[in-house]
Design a protein around this ligand. Sequence first.
Ligand code: RFL
Ligand code: PHB
Length: 391
Amino acid sequence: MKRKVQVGIIGAGPAGLLLAHLLHRQGISAAIVEGRTREAIEGTIRAGVLEQWTVDLLIALGLGERLKREAHFHDGITLRFNRASHHLDFPALTGGKRVTVYAQHEVIKDLVAALLEKDPEAIRFGVRGVKPRDFDGDHPAIETEEGRIECDFIAGCDGFHGPSRQAIPAQHLRCYETVYPFGWLGILAKAPPSHHELIYARHDRGFALLSTRSPEVQRLYIQCDPADDLAEWSDDRIWNELRQRLETDEDWRLTEGPIFQKNIVAMRSFVCETMRWGRLFLAGDAAHIVPPTGAKGLNLAAADVVVLARALESYYRTGGTGLLDSYADTCLKRIWRGERFSWYMTTLLHKNDAEEDFVQRIHMADLDYVASSEAAQRALAENYVGLPMEV
Ligand code: RFL
Ligand code: PHB
C-alpha cells in the first residue's frame, strides 16, 4: 500500500470511490482504505435511484458504459393512494430529466474496476484499525493495522458508523437528527416487473414501494416496525401486505415470485454540520443520513465529493484555501434541501400512528394536491430528479 499520498480516503462506498476518480482525473494522488472485502462491498444491496446529473457525471468520467446498457430509464414515478394511480411525467415537468434505476452495488463494481485499472494500488480492502490521525495539524495520517498512510488531507467517506466523524472532538460536533418510528423491509424477488416505473403507495396499512432491478428481479419495500424480527416476516406475509398496500381499482396485478433476499432498515434523518475539522473532511453518509423515500443518499454523497474534489484541485493549483474553507457551507445548502425533500416524502407516504388524525388528513390533502396540481408535481419532480448541480 502507498505510504504517502496527497489525499487519504477512508471508505470505498460511492463517496470515496467517486472522489478517488475525480482526484485521479486532476492528477492528485489518492488512496482508499476500506474495512470490508471487495466481495462484501460489491454485494451489499442498497440504493437504486440515481439523479440525472449523477448519471451524466458517471458517463462524463467514462464510468457509465454498463449503466447505459443495463440501467432502467423511467419517465417518472407513480403515486398510489385511495386505490388509484397518479403518474408524474418527469421529462415534461423538468425539461427532459428522467429517473435512472441502477443498483448501488453495480455502481460500486463499475467504480472499483475502473479505479483499479487506472491504479492497481488505489484501494486497499479488508483493512482493520482504521483511524484518522493528526488532522488538526499540517501532517495528517490514516492509521491502520497495516501501517500509516501520510497525506495532506483526509476524506472521511466511511458512512454513518465509520471512525471519521467520531474522531472530531464531540464538543465541537454540531448535529441535528430525527428518528422515525418505522423502518423498511426490503426484498429482492425473482419475478417479472409489475409496472414500467416505480410506484410509491400510501395505504392505511403503511407505505409500500415497487422498484425494479432487471427484467427478472424486482425490488420491493414495505413499511414495518424497525424492531421487527425478520423471522416473523414469512414470504406469504410479505406478499399479502404488498398486495393489500398496492391494491388498486385499475386493471393491475402484482407479479410475485420467490424472495431471495430480505432485510430491515431503520429510518433516520441526520446532519452533522461540522463537515470539516482541520484537514479532515467528511463526505456522504459520514456527515448526513436521509430516509430512503426520496432516493437522495447516494446522490448527496456524490454532490459532496464533487465540491471537495473542486476545492482540492483549486488548493493544489493555486495554494488557495478558499474553496476548502467554504466546503461545508457549500455542501450544506444542498444537503438541507435533500433532507427537507426526504423528510417530506417520508412523512407524506408513511402511516405514523403517533400523528394526530388531523395530520394524517393533511397528508391525504397533500397527496390530492400533488395528484391534481401541475405546480405541486413540478416541485416534487424537480427535487426527485435532482436539484441543479454544477459539476
Ligand atoms: P457508504 O455507502 O456507507 O460507504 C462507506 C464505506 O466506508 C466503509 N467503512 C470503513 N472503512 C474502513 N475502516 C472503517 N472503520 C470503516 N467503517 C466504514 C464501509 O465499509 C463502506 O464501504 O457511504 P457513502 O459512500 O457516503 O454512500 C452513501 C450511500 O451508500 C447511501 O446514502 C445510499 O445507499 C442511500 N440510499 C439511496 N440513495 C440514493 O441516492 N438513491 C436511492 O434510491 C437510495 N435507496 C438507500 C436506498 C439506502 C438504503 N439503506 C440500506 C439504508 C435504499 C436503502 C434501503
Ligand atoms: C430502490 O430501488 O432500491 C429504491 C428506489 C426508490 C427509493 C429507494 C430505493 O426511494
